[in-house]
Design a protein around this ligand. Structure first.
Ligand code: PMP
Length: 430
């Protein structure tokens, strides 16, 4: 850790004394890339500015939500307008009805939806609902997928193909983890075997339909289809965690793109336009089991918060403008292809995985299709690359296992200059 005289370093020093690790979410501390965190003062469009006034081209996008870019005028106006009318009532509002209708109209499998305050709350609530609905306890997840930090989802895979989870953190009881099975991502055979053996005890199978928390790893042909078929056969619910993919891979998320209808869907990030939000929804018959209509309890003082609904609706309305996604996809495809060219030119063993406007450069020569593959990448080389990119004014997620996000306001010039930085950085690594 280097302590210099920048505003960021002074703030960090102060923060370290009163906030664990100096941050409110661990990855922000930048430990895996050996840097001190930059404290951010503001952001606008595709640019982010640190507390020392330095400008960076932002590919973090607040880890996904900022698909319109930062401080979009429409979103800012909606938040100001809502704030003037009161920031929280703990009572129903028209805004949340509009939000629910927008989600139901856009996301193919969602017939009813409930708002919560984070992605973690969304997955936690969806799992409770699935357990209550099926009367079963076991949950299947996949190695390398992240679904927030609730006990039962914060588990590590043990050894072997189909394993009961072991706690991913002190404080997570083994008793809870014994209800979570962890399987390799993109391995339909392992899944079929597990369902054959345990299917009748499984309440839910939760998956990131495009994994984005081990770096971006798209599903192989047949993987999601197998999940759908086998869960249906065994009476387990299929939960798509679209906290990242929702409204990023098109309006209908990954489920629309791949043409697969999960029973329940978790959303977050984009639907809050940068304010704290999550949602879970799905088939009406299942959702009607939620209290007060049904017997499965879940609640939240700030759920459906008017500021968050206003920011989210302004974002979703902007996304519904025709052509919005087409332009994003076109620019993104050009960028990922450009990155592949840079890798080739540098002659470095690295692969680029991407899906629409999200992607990851993995420093490994082999294709990355699962967590084991992702962890084979050279994390030290990534740390070096991260620093070289930062020095060239490009702000990336400070971990080898994250996605880079492109927004609708990343201009062609922005992306060209980012590619120049990639080319230059990779050259220095080779
Ligand atoms: N699910 C997925 C797929 C996520 O990527 C995340 C967070 N990155 C979560 C759930 C948890 O969301 P939150 O951080 O809002 O609790």
């Amino acid at each position: 850790m280097t302590m210099d005289s920048t505003v960021s370093s002074r703030l960090y020093e102060h923060a370290l004394r009163i906030i664990p690790g100096g941050v409110n979410s661990p990855v922000r501390a930048c430990r895996s890339v050996g840097r001190d965190p930059l404290f951010i003062r503001r952001a606008k469009g595709s640019k982010i500015y640190d507390a020392d006034g330095r400008e960076y081209l932002d590919f973090v996008g607040s880890w996904g939500p900022m698909v319109l870019g930062h401080a979009d005028d429409r979103v800012v106006a909606a938040i100001k307008d809502a704030a003037g009318n009161g920031t929280s009532f703990g009572a129903p509002t028209e805004l949340e009805v509009n939000m629910a209708q927008t989600i139901v109209d856009a996301v193919p499998s969602v017939e009813m939806v409930r708002m919560v305050n984070s992605g973690t709350e969304a997955t936690m609530s969806a799992i409770r609902l699935a357990r209550g609905y099926t009367g079963r306890d076991l949950v299947v997840k996949f190695d390398g997928c992240y679904h927030g930090h609730a006990d039962g989802l914060l588990v590590k895979a043990g050894s072997g193909l189909a394993t009961f989870g072991i706690p991913g953190s002190p404080g997570v009881p083994e008793d809870v983890c014994k209800n979570t099975l962890s399987l390799p991502y993109n391995n339909p055979e392992a899944f079929e075997t597990c369902m054959q053996q345990t299917g009748e005890r499984i309440a839910a199978v939760i998956v990131e339909p495009v994994a984005a928390n081990m770096g971006v790893v798209p599903p192989v042909d047949g993987f999601l289809e197998t999940l759908r078929r086998k869960t249906h056969e065994m009476g387990a619910l299929l939960i798509f965690d679209e906290v990242i993919t929702g409204f990023r891979i098109g309006l209908g998320g990954a489920q629309e793109y791949f043409g697969i209808r999960p029973d329940l869907t978790c959303l977050g990030k984009i639907i809050g336009g940068g304010l704290p939000v999550g949602a879970f929804g799905g088939r009406e018959e299942i959702m009607r089991r939620m209290a007060p209509e049904g017997d499965i309890y879940q609640a939240g003082t700030l759920s459906g918060n008017p500021l968050a609904m206003a920011a989210g609706l302004a974002t979703l309305n902007a996304l519904m403008e025709t052509g919005a996604y087409e332009a994003l996809e076109r620019n993104s495809a050009r960028f990922w292809n450009g990155m592949k060219e840079c890798v080739k030119e540098a002659g470095i063993p690295a692969v680029v995985n991407s899906m629409g406007s999200m992607g990851t450069l993995f420093f490994t020569g082999d294709p990355v299709t699962d967590f084991a593959g992702a962890t084979r990448c050279d994390a030290e080389r990534f740390a070096h690359y991260y620093s070289l990119m930062l020095d060239r004014g490009v702000y990336l997620a400070p971990s080898a296992f994250e996605a880079a996000f492109i927004s609708m306001v990343h201009s062609e010039a922005d992306l060209e200059s980012a590619l120049d930085a990639v080319r230059d950085s990779l050259e220095r690594l080779s």
